[in-house]
Design a protein around this ligand. Sequence first.
Ligand SMILES: [Zn+2]
Length: 64
Amino acid sequence: MRLTCKEATALISQALDRQLSRWERLLLRLHLLICDACSQFAKQSAFIRRAMRRLAGDDDAPGR
Ligand SMILES: [Zn+2]
């Protein structure tokens, strides 16, 4: 079974809101191995999530 890019990006977005199942993570990882576009998307999503966490002050902010 393989994910389409649409399914993969949907999972990437969902991963920001909820914990993906083991199976979903596996499928997603397999897809990211073969798909540059979705890898880029995943990287950007991770970056955005970090940035948002920092904005929310949810971080282990150093120097406080
Ligand atoms: Zn893809």
